[in-house]
Design a protein around this ligand. Structure first.
Ligand code: A3P
Length: 321
């Protein structure tokens, strides 16, 4: 059974046998756990997060579906909240560490492989990230005063980005990942932490109900006007820019420090490894960083299929792409 696939705890292994499953695109199977698709190792880590993570009021949780701009959001948030300890200058931590090392995922670095993290060495406020849907966040996150920032990206570009990324991560023995196969799974909602529409709606609805608790950002808006979105984010996080900081160009400096081109060209991101998982290469996190690249990959028929699905799933929500 799954025990041969991965080292899993007994209760996780028992649970797996009861869950719906589908063939995975880089690992053997994806399982439908608490309303979203994920891998056995991730389920085990998420169970541990749900049991063990105790949120503090000052915590900041960054939430995304994979490939919607997580790396960017981590960099910006880190630079904003740590700007008094780490002024934006040439020894800034973001110039020598990948953003995923500075802002770890709960379900990867922190609680993966039966690890229980030591938060005593974390700077305050604690900045952590997750890919789980809002409904699967630990109870203490929902109950405490901690803040949640969600970054959404249009589903077309997010698909193209994940397709490239899965192609990099999957074992060579499986051969290249056919675009049509990956797209069909995506349209059926079978994608890590998806269906994407449910992921979006969970955070979207919460951001409308609890405006001080969940901030809903969009990749495309950040691309269009990074400074405006940075200011919005800083205010939401309780670290608003002062007039002096704005006049001194700090907002632009942070957005330049965190830009696709700056991060992509750093030695740590060209040659570094293991920022998320042991076998991942940092350079794979920086592909094009553009809006609308999907047009080079999806046929009009494919685009229409996904448009129709998103329109149907998001209908009545005031959220659209
Ligand atoms: P593309 O594959 O479309 O280029 P994630 O960080 O969630 O894994 O998402 C990765 C996507 O964000 C990739 O998209 C990547 O190129 C892009 N990206 C990474 N860093 C970025 C940055 N600083 N600014 C804008 N986009 C960035």
């Amino acid at each position: 059974g799954a025990q041969n696939e991965q080292q899993l705890s007994k209760d996780c292994d028992e649970l797996l046998s009861t869950l719906p499953k589908e063939r995975g695109q880089r690992t053997p199977n994806l399982y439908f756990y608490q309303g979203f698709w994920c891998q056995p190792k991730e389920i085990q880590a998420i169970m541990s997060v749900q049991r063990n993570f105790i949120a503090q009021d000052s915590d900041i949780i960054l939430a995304t579906i994979p490939k919607s701009g997580t790396t960017w959001l981590k960099a910006i948030s880190y630079a904003i909240v740590n700007r008094y300890n780490f002024p934006v200058q040439n020894d800034h931590p973001l110039l020598s560490s990948n953003p995923h090392e500075l802002v770890p995922f709960l379900e990867y670095k922190l609680y993966a492989d039966n690890n229980i993290p030591d938060f005593s060495t974390f700077p305050s406020p604690r900045l952590v990230a997750t890919h789980v849907p809002f409904s699967a966040l630990p109870e203490s996150v929902k109950r405490s005063g901690c803040r949640v920032v969600y970054l959404a990206r249009n589903p077309f570009d997010t698909f193209v980005s994940i397709w490239h990324y899965l192609g990099k991560l999957r074992p060579e023995s499986l051969g290249p990942l056919p675009l049509e196969e990956a797209f069909d799974a995506y349209c059926r909602g079978v994608i890590g932490y998806g269906p994407y529409w449910d992921h979006l709606l969970g955070y979207w609805n919460e951001s409308l109900e609890k405006t001080g608790k969940v901030l809903f950002l969009r990749y495309e808006e950040m691309k269009q006007d990074a400074n405006a979105q940075l200011k919005r984010l800083a205010e939401f996080l309780g670290f608003p820019f002062s007039i002096e900081e704005e006049k001194g160009g700090l907002v632009e400096n942070i957005s330049n420090l965190c830009s696709f081109q700056t991060l992509k060209d750093l030695v740590v991101n060209k040659h570094g490894k293991g920022a998320i998982f042991a076998d991942s290469e940092n350079k794979d996190l920086f592909r094009k960083g553009k809006v609308g690249d999907w047009i080079n990959y999806l046929t009009p028929v494919m685009a229409e299929r996904l448009t129709n699905i998103m329109n149907e799933k998001l209908s009545g929500s005031n959220l659209s792409f």
